[in-house]
Design a protein around this ligand. Structure first.
Ligand SMILES: *Cc1c(COP(=O)(O)O)cnc(C)c1O
Length: 574
């Protein structure tokens, strides 16, 4: 028996939960992720391995990575492909499956990566690849670019993931108990399953009933991540027909995926027994968007071990042994002496400041209150809010704060790119008074440096667009305090002046309303001036107490071990 087959045999002994995601952030050097969705998928898999859950994950290889970000002195972003070499990290399995696209049979192979935990658990990840010799040049590029190309390219990618993924699992001998779709990109897998469980016409009295919807629903779990209508993938039925052919009788497909266009979220909703949003508020928003559907909430979490910096890890190992595989242990955070908590934080902060100074030469200082803002650069995140009244910011913060920004804009996100240019302009204006930098090429490695090395983690999304947000949870794991608009997870994690601070009014809306930038900015400046800066410089004891609360209350709960236990009991075992 070849070693390749042996590799797979290890995993097919027991039935599995198949976790499908267009992007997975499993290692920083495998940059097949663009942001929160992919990092969450990585954390899901890391926790599943730690908890020894029977899981197999499926994604695309995205050989060109997301992209390498260049920013010129004016703040204009340009992108370069960031190719990586799969054979350095994983092995190519010999099995092949085929998906029909535009009438051509496109061959797919899978690379096997294994996420192994120190607990002995492991989760195989299949990275699907069409870049193989027998395919045409065009088809070979279908698994090159994450979220690249046009609609047609995207639809083909989703067919490779959904149809190809299910076929590959079967070809390899996996027995699947549940299919978990991480967002609508994987929804086509439901159609593959409808074909697999198709009933004989003799069994049923109506031709439509050969499609065993209840049976497929029983097998499927769907997680939505998008609280705005425009964010859901939709494809015209003409395009669907051209690219995929007649995947189902049109009247059935329209019943399941929407009358006017094939809506991947609707398809997922209609064919999944269990559907969830990624925070309680996001569930409410989703219910408003899709009335009549039962939607639950499992609030996201982050992988504690991955998102804790070295100095904090040492501290937790000493005072809270077992924390990594049982984050509930954070409840005993009060056992860590104040001075040691502060020193561990300062070690992380020095590391960040040294990095920033080496990259930019800006000359940031260890003892100045440092505010961090890093996430995908896209309009709703409102990176500009901190600069709403730049004279006021100068007055409040001169000599007292320094600010670090980072984030990539999607190559086609014009307003997102404009945000970066705007931040650059503001940095230039502030130059003499407040040190402020924008770091390029935000990725998982830089994210850990930032969420552990700043003092305050700022988040200013336009409500209710932040489905959950996870970087603030990473900050909490490092005793870094959140200062954020009440949206997503922070509605659940926030206790004013205790775990961090809110920006703006309490959340009430479940649909999009015009953002009140002025009101939010006013609140931001008031708290920064009257509470945050004075506490940081004048009341270190209170600050350290808040750091403890961030760990003992936020990290305690907002971790992916808790999240996965809930997926198991609420979604996978029903
Ligand atoms: C955690 C993470 C995100 C998600 O952060 P949000 O606050 O949810 O936007 C995005 N990108 C990277 C690289 C991350 O590590």
């Amino acid at each position: 028996m070849s070693t390749v087959v042996a590799e797979i045999i290890e995993f097919i002994r027991e039935p599995k939960i198949a976790y499908f995601s267009m992007e997975i952030g499993i290692l920083n050097d495998i940059h097949t992720y663009s942001g929160g969705l992919g990092v969450l998928a990585g954390d899901t898999i890391r926790s599943a391995a730690d908890l020894k859950l029977p899981m197999v994950a499926v994604t695309l290889i995205s050989r060109m990575g997301y992209f390498e970000q260049d920013i010129d002195e004016k703040g204009s972003q340009t992108e370069r492909p960031a190719p990586w070499e799969p054979s350095k990290f994983m092995i190519l399995l010999p099995q092949k499956v085929y998906v029909q696209l535009e009438g051509r049979e496109v061959a797919i192979q899978a690379w096997l990566y294994v996420q192994r935990s120190v607990t002995g658990g492991s989760v195989p990840i299949l990275f699907l690849d069409t870049d193989i010799e027998e395919n045409t040049k065009e088809d070979r590029e279908l698994t090159h670019y994450l979220y690249g190309g046009d609609e047609r390219y995207r639809l083909k990618q989703e067919a490779i993931l959904g149809f190809g993924g299910v076929r590959m699992l079967h070809e390899l001998g996996f027995e699947i108990k549940k299919y978990h779709m991480n967002e609508g990109h994987a929804s086509l897998l439901t159609i593959e399953l409808l074909h697999e469980y198709k009933r004989d016409i003799e069994e049923v009295w109506d031709e439509d009933l050969i499609w065993d919807v209840p049976r497929v629903r029983d097998l499927c779990v769907f997680t939505t991540h998008t609280p705005v209508e425009a964010g859901h993938d939709k494809f015209s039925y003409d395009l669907v027909k051209e690219v995929l052919g007649e995947i189902l009788p049109m009247h059935i497909l329209k019943k399941l995926g929407g009358e006017d266009r094939l809506n991947m979220t609707l398809l997922g909703l209609n064919l999944s027994e269990y559907v969830n949003g990624v925070a309680k508020k996001h569930r409410d928003v989703s219910k408003t968007m899709f009335p009549g559907y039962e939607i639950s909430a499992i609030t996201n979490g982050v992988h504690s071990y991955t998102w804790t910096c070295d100095s904090m890890k040492r501290l937790y190992d000493r005072y809270l042994p077992g924390w990594a595989n049982e984050p509930e242990v954070f409840v005993r955070v009060g056992r860590i002496p104040d001075e040691e908590l502060w020193e561990a934080h300062m070690e992380a902060k020095r590391k960040l400041i040294d990095f920033i100074n080496a990259e930019t030469g800006v000359g940031m200082e260890y003892d100045v209150l440092t505010i961090g803002f890093a996430r995908r650069a896209t309009a709703y995140k409102r990176a500009y809010l901190l600069f709403k009244d730049i004279e006021r910011l100068e007055r409040i913060g001169k000599g007292k704060i320094q600010i670090v920004y980072a984030g990539k804009a999607h190559p086609k996100d014009g307003p997102g790119k404009e945000t970066i240019r705007y931040v650059f302009k503001c940095i230039e204006k502030l130059k003499e008074k407040i040190k402020c930098v924008y770091l390029k090429n935000y990725d998982m490695r830089m994210a850990l440096l930032l969420v552990s090395g700043v003092d305050v983690w700022l988040n200013t999304p336009q409500r209710p667009r932040e489905a959950s947000g996870t970087s603030g949870m990473k900050a909490a794991h490092n005793g870094v305090l959140n200062f954020s608009v009440l949206d997503g997870w922070w509605i659940e994690g926030h206790i004013e002046g205790f775990t961090g601070w809110a920006i703006g009014p309490p959340p009430t809306e479940t649909t999009l309303v015009e953002a009140d930038d002025t009101h939010d900015a006013e609140d931001l400046y008031n708290k920064l001036e009257n509470i945050i800066i004075p506490t940081y410089y004048g009341n270190r004891d209170v600050w350290i107490r808040m750091m403890q609360n961030a760990i003992g209350k936020n990290a305690y709960y907002f971790n992916s071990h808790r999240m996965m236990r809930r997926y198991v009991t609420e979604a996978y075992i029903r």
